[in-house]
Design a protein around this ligand. Structure first.
Ligand SMILES: Cc1ncc(COP(=O)(O)O)c(C=O)c1O
Length: 451
C-alpha cells in the first residue's frame, strides 16, 4: 500500500499564508510550470499569490443596480474550477478516516462535469485510479479534460438534469468493495469546504467595498456545496439573505418541476442531501437562454457594452471570467439586489464556478441556432438580460410551508438511496449543521499530524 500524499488543511485552503513558505513558493511555481505536479494541491484556494481573493466587482452600467455585485472567480483553481476543492476535501477526509487507501481503492466521481474533472485531477495528483460517472450529453470540453487527467469515463444517458442516473450507477458500482465514491451530493466534506473556505473568502472579499458587509449571497445549486458559504456569511452578517437559483425550465426546488435545461452544473432535479434548507431564504428562477445570451454578451460584446456606458477596460476584463452557471449566478445576484432594494453601500456576493474555457461549444451551438448575432442583437441582449433583469420569479422560502416542501423533496430524493428518516429529520435542526462544521478543526488536526 502506498503512502497518502497529503495536501493542505481546510485552514490552509482558506489562508494559504499559513502554508510553510518554501512549500507555498514551490506550489506557486508548479502552478505556472506543471499542472500535474502534486504540489498543486497547495494551490486549492480562492486567494492569489498576494493572498487576495480572486474577484471582480461588476460595472453598474451593466447590472442596472446601485448595489455592488461581487463575483468570486473560480477559474484559477487547479483544474479550472473550484469543484476541485470539494473533490480534494472528500478524498482527504476519506484518507484520514482510513476508508480510502492508496493502491487499494478506485475512486468514483458522480458528476455532470466539473466535479468529475476535479476528481480526475485530484486522483492524478494523489495517485488514485478514478472513474468519472456522468451524463453522455455534456459539453465536449469536459470529457476531453477528464481523459487528459487519465480517468475512465462511465457515461449514463442524458444531460444535466439526468444526474440522478449517475447516482443510481454509482450506487450499483459502490457494491464492489474496491470502489469508493466521492459522493458530492451527499457527503459533508463538500459542505465543510464551502462553509469554511468559500464562505470566509467571501467575507474577506467585501472588505473595503461598500459597507464591508454582505447583504445577500446567491448561488445556483448543483450539489448545493457552494450554498454552504451562505451559512458562514449568515454567522458573520446575520441580516444576510441567501438565495438559491435554479433554471426556470427545471424548477425542482420551487415547485418540484422537472425539465431539460442548458445551464451545466446546476439544476439537477433534486434537493441534495447536503443542502441546508434552514438557511435558504429565497429561490429564484433564471431562464437558461438568458444565461447563454448573457455569456455571448460578455465574451463578444465589449463594443456594445462600451456603447452602453461600461468603461472599455472593464468590459474587456470580463472576457473569459465566467461560464454559463456564472452568468446564472450573476443574474440571480442582480435580481436579488433589485428585489431587496439595495443601495450603493450594499454588497451582493456570488460565485463563478469556472471560466469560459469549457464553453466555446455552447456559444458555437448558439450561433447555429440564431444564424446571425449582429451587434444590435448583442446590445438588446445586454440591456434585456443584465440591465433590465427584474425582481420577477423570486419566491420566499423563509415561509415554513415552503421549507417543508424542500424537506419533503429531500426525503423523496434520498430515502431510496438508503438514508434513514431519522437521519433526514436530524437535518431539520441547526445543531446538525454546526456539529458537521465543527469537524473542520478535527480534520485539520489529523491532516497536520498524519502528514
Ligand atoms: C459549472 C458549475 N456551476 C455550478 C455548480 C454548482 O456548484 P455546487 O455543486 O457547489 O452547488 C457546478 C457543480 O458542479 C458546476 O460545475
Amino acid at each position: 500500500m502506498g503512502k497518502i500524499p497529503f495536501g493542505p488543511t481546510y485552514s490552509e485552503m482558506l489562508n494559504p499564508s499559513l502554508i510553510a513558505p518554501e512549500i507555498r513558493k514551490n506550489a506557486l511555481a508548479a502552478k505556472k510550470n506543471d499542472e500535474l505536479d502534486p504540489l498543486n494541491l497547495f494551490n486549492i484556494t480562492w486567494k492569489d499569490e498576494n493572498d487576495k481573493v480572486r474577484k471582480v466587482v461588476l460595472p453598474k452600467e451593466l447590472t442596472g443596480t446601485k448595489a455592488n455585485i461581487v463575483v468570486l472567480l473560480g477559474k484559477d483553481f487547479p483544474s479550472g474550477s473550484h469543484k476541485v476543492g470539494p473533490a480534494y476535501a472528500t478524498l482527504i477526509e476519506g484518507c484520514v478516516d482510513g476508508n480510502i487507501l492508496p493502491g487499494k481503492h478506485t475512486i468514483l466521481g458522480p458528476s455532470t462535469g466539473n466535479f468529475g474533472i476535479g476528481v480526475a485531477y485530484i486522483c492524478k495528483l494523489m495517485g488514485y485510479k478514478a472513474v468519472v460517472i456522468m451524463p453522455d450529453n455534456m459539453s465536449k470540453e469536459r470529457y476531453d479534460r477528464i481523459r487528459q487527467y487519465g480517468a475512465e469515463l462511465d457515461l449514463t444517458p442524458g444531460t444535466e438534469s439526468d444526474v440522478i442516473l449517475t447516482l443510481q450507477r454509482t450506487y450499483e458500482l459502490k457494491k464492489d468493495p474496491k470502489n469508493r465514491p466521492l459522493a458530492q451530493f451527499e457527503l459533508m466534506p463538500n459542505y465543510r469546504f464551502h462553509r469554511h473556505v468559500t464562505g470566509n473568502s467571501a467575507i474577506e472579499a467585501v472588505k473595503g467595498i461598500g459597507n464591508g458587509r454582505i447583504a445577500c449571497f446567491t448561488s445556483a445549486p448543483g450539489s448545493a456545496g457552494t450554498m454552504a458559504a451562505g451559512d458562514a456569511i449568515k454567522k458573520a452578517f446575520p441580516e444576510a439573505k441567501v438565495a438559491a437559483l435554479e433554471p426556470y425550465e427545471c424548477a425542482t426546488l420551487t415547485t418540484g418541476g422537472r425539465g431539460q435545461h442548458r445551464i451545466e452544473g446546476i439544476g439537477d432535479k433534486m434537493c441534495t442531501l447536503i443542502h441546508n434548507i434552514l438557511n435558504t431564504d429565497f429561490v429564484v428562477l433564471i431562464r437558461d437562454e438568458d444565461t447563454v445570451q448573457g455569456l455571448k454578451v460578455i465574451q463578444d460584446g465589449a463594443d456594445v457594452l462600451e456603447e452602453l456606458g461600461v468603461p472599455r477596460d472593464q468590459a474587456v476584463a470580463l472576457r473569459g471570467l465566467f461560464g454559463v452557471s456564472g452568468i446564472c449566478n450573476i443574474l440571480g445576484a442582480i435580481k436579488m439586489a433589485k428585489f431587496l432594494r439595495l443601495g450603493p453601500e450594499d454588497n451582493v456576493v456570488t460565485i463563478a464556478t469556472d471560466g469560459f474555457d469549457r464553453y466555446p461549444s455552447v456559444l458555437e451551438d448558439m450561433e447555429k441556432r440564431y444564424l446571425e448575432v449582429e451587434p444590435f442583437v448583442l446590445k438588446r441582449w445586454a440591456r434585456d438580460v443584465f440591465f433590465k433583469a427584474d425582481d420577477d420569479q423570486i419566491f420566499d422560502f423563509r415561509k415554513m410551508e415552503n421549507k417543508e416542501r424542500l424537506f419533503q423533496q429531500k426525503e423523496h430524493d434520498w430515502l431510496p438511496f438508503g438514508y434513514s428518516q431519522e437521519y433526514l429529520d436530524s437535518m431539520r435542526s441547526p445543531e446538525f449543521w454546526e456539529e458537521e462544521y465543527a469537524l473542520v478543526k478535527d480534520y485539520d488536526q489529523e491532516i497536520k499530524e498524519k502528514r
